[in-house]
Design a protein. Sequence first.
Length: 364
Amino acid sequence: MTDKTLFEPYALGAIKLSNRIVMAPLTRNRAGAGFVPGDLTTQYYAQRASAGLIITEATQISQQGQGYQDTPGIYTQTQIDGWRRVTAAVHEKGGRIVLQLWHVGRISNVDLQPNGGQPVAPSAIRAATKTFVNNAFVDVSVPRALEIEELAGIVNDFRQAAANAIKAGFDGVEVHGANGYLLEQFAKDGANVRTDAYGGSVENRARLMLEVTAAVAQEIGAERTGIRISPVSPANGISCSDPQAQYDYIVDQLDAIGIAYIHVVEGATGGPRDVAPFDYGSLRRRFSKTYIANNGYSLDLAASHLADGKADLIAFGRPFIANPDLVERLQSSAPLAEIDPATIYGGGAAGYTDYPRFTETSGS
Ligand code: 8OZ
């Protein structure tokens, strides 16, 4: 039994979607020299253009914002040119695509940082996690605490990256405020022990995320701006003592900025949905525009959350890796292909652009 709502058009701010299935951002580590997305990446996204909306893989706004090898950027002209080929190919097939803007903060390694410097963070607290650099998993480096005078520069890097995304032909941008990266490091007290205007209270910890979002919205239009958040996810070694209070406040403020959507990772990213108590309905009620729900949704759960008004759009992540035609498969109850875990991160076409459509496997 398939509820039809998932396959109906939807107006996401200024972006017209042909259905309510979103391709969630997925890190694939296949950028070329200069952190430029190449032809395979163009092909990969074009193959998935029947998604109502594609949210790209996380894309660094500066070299300082990079934390893993071979992830793409959006801060050089060559990167803008590379992404322009991607957006043209997706638009050619009738799809819509926004760029996810990323600063990893402390989830990095000196080998990726400008002049081999330390990664930056709200506080000099190393995360208990690893990153992937020089073809190996390595501990993240000890970060240094950002000086308060440096924060305006980071806000400006996000603003410039958003402008670059529009130059590259994107329909909008998503601020990456989730999964233990810079903006979440500020928001969550497990990573932020600052005593200035960016640490301590709920309001202070939210400040950088909100300044960045407001700057992006001012640059490209609130109706083309969204944000991803993960209130209770422990991803990348992070913790928060007061997620409900923190995210109720953040979402109230995001609504005041007027952005088009919040994209909420419910539970532990890529893991259990019920990892910690949290009232997502509270975020839903506080936010007057679009709520995109993510994390472990089956077709049935997606249909029931849309029917109950708990979400407007549903983002599917890993199923899109092995099923370029995920929308058509869900719509026709075709079986889903399984992902090969060995080819998720890095490499070439294998496990990237060579997953067939269902009609190619069934011979019909
Ligand atoms: C998997 C591997 C590396 C990065 C995220 C950008 O979790 C990521 C990511 C995921 O948001």
